[in-house]
Design a protein around this ligand. Sequence first.
Ligand code: EPZ
Length: 475
Amino acid sequence: AADGKSMLFEKFIIKGGTPLRGEVRISGAKNAAVAIIPAAILAEDKCILENVPSISDVDVALEILSSMGAQIRRLSKSKIEVDTSRIKDGTVPYELARSTRGSSYFLGALLGRFKKASVPLPGGCDLGSRPIDQHIKCFEALGAKADIKHGIVDLSADRLIGTQIYFDKVTVGGTINALLACAKAEGLTIIENAAKEPHIVDLANFLNSMGADIMGAGTDVIKVKGVSQLHGTEYSVIPDQIEAGTFMVAAAATCGDITLKNVIPKHLEPITAKLRKIGVYVEIEDDTDNVRVVGRPHYEGTDIKTSPHPGFPTDMQPQMTTLLAMSNGTSMVTESIFDTRFKYVDELRRMGADITVDSRVAVVRGVDHLTGAPVKASDLRAGAALIIAGLAAQGTTEIEDIHHIERGYENMEIKLRALGADIVKRYYPWICSMEKAAFRIHDDVNQKYDHVLPYGFHLKMTVSYVSRYGYLVAE
Ligand code: EPZ
C-alpha cells in the first residue's frame, strides 16, 4: 500500500493572500504515536490507543506491527486497538523500515520482549547523517550483543540487566529506545543526559499505564525499575506541538486570527515565546487552554538557535525561518541538531526570499513579500514551510512531492481550507496505471471522487475496496 502512494503524483496548489481565520483541531503527536505503537509490543496484550493521527508514518508503524502478527482494529478514525499477544517473530521488513525513522523503535521494543530483534537501519527525513550509535550503545550496556550486517541491525541477549546509561549527546530516538529496552529489564536502569521532549514523557506515561515503573521522564535523569510483565491499557496520545506550531506560524504569516483546540500550551512555550518576540499576538484562553494567534502586517526579525527541548525545536525551524523571511531586518537562524536542514531555502529563494546559508547558519534578510512559484518539498517540515510561504505569497504556488508532508500532517489541506485558505490537492494519475491506484484516504467505500485536473482532464472514480490497514483502493 505504501508503494501505491507513489503511483499517484500529487501536488498542492495554493493561491496566497487569504488570512487564515477560524478554529482548528490539532491531531495527536506523530513523534509520540510512532513510539507508542511499537511500545505496545511490550504489553503482549490488547492496547487501545486514542488521538492517533491519520498520517502515513503511523500507517507504516501499524503495518510493521501487523506484518509481525499483531491484530489491528481501527475503532474510529483516531482510535485503534492493537493486540500484540500473538506476535511471534522479531523481524521488520526492509521496505517498511526504510520509509520512517520511527522503525528504529522496533529494536528496543522487540529486544525488550523477545531478547532479540532484527531490524533494517531506519530511514526517515533526509536531514544529513543520522547515526544510531547511541541506541546501540544503550542496548549493549543492558547486555545485548549488536551486529550490523547488510544494512540490518541484529540484537540478541540472554538477559537484559539494568545499568547506568549516559548518552554522549541528547537524543530523542536513543532515549525512546532506552525506555523500551529497559522497561522489562532486571533491576534499575538510570538514563542520564536523557532527552526531555513532550513525547518522551508521553511514552513513559504510556509504559507506566501498562505497569512499568519509570520516574523522571521530562528531566535529564530517568530512572526505570524493570518489571517482569506489562499489561494492556487504554491511552490517549498527546497533541502534536509541531502541527500546532505550524498552524500558529501560518496564521501569523497570513495576518490571520485562528484558535487552536486540543493543544497543551506548555508544550508550545518555546514557539510561543519566539512568535511573541517578533510581534505576533498569542493568547492562552484560561478556561479551555485553547490558543489564539492573531497576526499583524509587520514583524521584527529575531535570531533563533534550535536545541533539544525546552529549546526552540528543530522541527519548527523551516516554518519559522519562512516567517522571518517576510519580517523586517536581518535574522540569524542556527540549526544545531541536524547537518542539512536548510534544503528548503533554495525553494524559498524561488519565491523571492533573501536567505544565504553557510553550513548550519542561515542569514535571513527580510523582504516585503514572497511570490508564488513551483517548488518541491524535500522533507516533512520543509514541506510545511513551503505551504506557509505559499499561503502568504502573492500569486500561485505549486508544491511537489507532498507525500513528505502527509507523513506527518493529518489532512493538512482540508484543515487549511476550513480556515479559509485557497489550497487544493491535485492528482496527476496519468503517470500511473489507473486500474489500481491505491492511496491513503479516509473516507468510506463507495465514496465518489471527481477531480478536475490540469489540461482539461477529469478524474472520476469510486472507491471500491478497503485494504487491511486503512488504505482504500479505487478502481
Ligand atoms: C527525532 O529524531 C524526531 N523523529 C525528529 O522529528 C526530530 O527532529 C528530532 O527527534 C529532534 O527533536 C522522531 O521522533 C521519529 P535525535 P531523532 O536522536 O530521534 C544525533 C520530524 O520532522 N544522534 O534527537 O532521529 C543526530 O544525528 C522529525 O518530525 C547521534 O549522533 O533525533 C542528531 O544530530 C525529523 N547518534 C542529534 O543526535 C545517535 O545514536 C539529535 O537526534 C542518535 C542521534
